[in-house]
Design a binder for this molecule. Structure first.
Ligand code: HEM
Length: 358
């Protein structure tokens, strides 16, 4: 009896529901035939609606950060794909390639020796302030390079080896080291620029140096002033690359404060280019990150080669940045014009100092 009544009740309920739907097929607020509820983007289909959202439609939010009113910022996808794709991959190939080329060079050429042996007499190559500038720049650069590479590759290289906890701790510490030491790097860079820029202006002897392969290829010792053409190239790469990395790094450290790319693009458009100048704050950050990483990885590759030639690769070179005194024969072989200049300034021979026999 109770079961029959329940069945009748359910049947009536079902009929009422069917009738309600039949009388009002589109209840208020439901989406029909591709129409967007509220019609906030005008009469548009579903596909158009999502296309506009994907295009970065700016909605309204009640907090000061207007960019949070963008529901989907699709450039973020592109940025991540570039960072984790070509940027990381080509960067790794460049760094590994540099190490392989240097190892091959060492295997073939060996250590570049002082051809006439040590003279036992030295000449001052770098004053204390110059060595201070170099090591301030170099020491901070090495930490910045290692902690930066950890951000790019650490999760693939280090994390599987030391575990997630240790990797997390190292990466956090590394991030602070990276942020704070960047100021030491900028100071070292500025000081090195002031001290060395006069010695890095191109000179006609540079052309001859390049044409003779710099004495690195072959055994000639083309004449050079205080810095040879290869060193001048490194100097300008470090200065311009370092400035660029510093600016993009500051823009990453103080987010949304600068419009480096919009302003640079506007300046470049003077040359008839059609670069976009109305970038969102988020796009600025993404471009800064890609640029900062690409220039840094390139500089790291250059510096690996520089460290090689300044230590293992060439006998007598390290002394220049170690004690500041280099052997006279080394100086005559690699920087003959500079030795002549120094000796001309101090004709009484006071430029020379006797070094203890080795
Ligand atoms: C960390 C290991 C490094 C070593 C062993 C090293 C060694 C040297 C040496 C021996 C010189 C003098 C060369 C000469 O007398 O002709 C020199 C010069 C120089 N170094 Fe370094 N360096 C190192 C790192 C760096 C870094 C990280 C930078 C830049 C970010 C740098 C930038 C320069 C510049 C611009 C010069 C002057 C131009 C030149 O000699 O190429 N160095 N370095």
């Amino acid at each position: 009896m109770i079961a029959r009544r329940l069945a009748t009740f359910l049947a009536v309920l079902t009929m009422l529901a069917v009738a309600a739907v039949a009388l009002d097929p589109a209840p208020a607020g439901a989406q029909t035939g591709g129409q967007v509820p509220g019609d906030s983007l005008g009469s548009t289909s579903d596909a158009d609606f999502w296309r506009q959202i994907r295009g970065g439609t700016q909605g309204q939010v009640s907090i000061p950060n207007a960019s949070s009113g963008v529901l989907i910022q699709s450039e973020g996808d592109n940025w991540r794909a570039v960072r984790n794709g070509p940027l990381s991959t080509y960067g790794a190939w460049l760094l590994l390639g540099t190490v392989v080329v240097l190892a091959a060079f060492f295997a073939i050429r060996g250590r570049i020796r002082i051809e006439h042996g040590r003279a036992g007499v030295t000449i001052e190559r770098f004053k204390a302030v110059e060595r201070f500038a170099h090591w301030l720049m170099a020491g901070s650069f090495v930490v910045l390079g290692l902690t930066g590479l950890n951000l790019l590759y650490g999760r693939y290289v280090l994390k599987p080896v030391i575990g997630a906890d240790a990797f997390g701790a190292i990466t956090l510490f590394g991030k602070y080291a990276h942020n704070y030491l960047s100021f030491a790097f900028m100071a070292g860079l500025a000081l090195a620029f002031v001290l060395w820029v006069v010695h890095n202006i191109p000179h006609k002897s540079d052309l001859m140096w390049v044409l003779k392969g710099g004495g690195i290829v072959g055994s000639a010792h083309p004449p050079a002033r205080k810095f040879n053409a290869g060193q001048k190239i490194l100097f300008w790469l470090v200065m311009l690359g370092g400035l660029s990395v510093s600016l993009s790094g500051l823009a990453l450290m103080f987010p949304f404060q600068f419009e480096l790319f919009a302003k640079t693009f506007a300046a470049l458009n003077v040359f008839g280019l059609d670069l976009p100048t109305s970038l969102t704050a988020m796009q600025e950050m993404q471009l800064n990150q890609i640029w900062h990483t690409a220039v840094s990885v390139f500089l790291i590759a250059m510096i690996i080669a520089h460290i090689y030639i300044g230590s293992l690769g060439m006998e007598g070179a390290f002394d220049a940045m170690g004690s500041g005194q280099v052997d006279l024969n080394w100086a005559r072989e690699h920087h003959s014009l500079w030795v002549e200049e120094v000796e001309a300034q101090e004709p009484d021979g006071s430029a020379h100092r006797h070094s203890p026999a080795e």
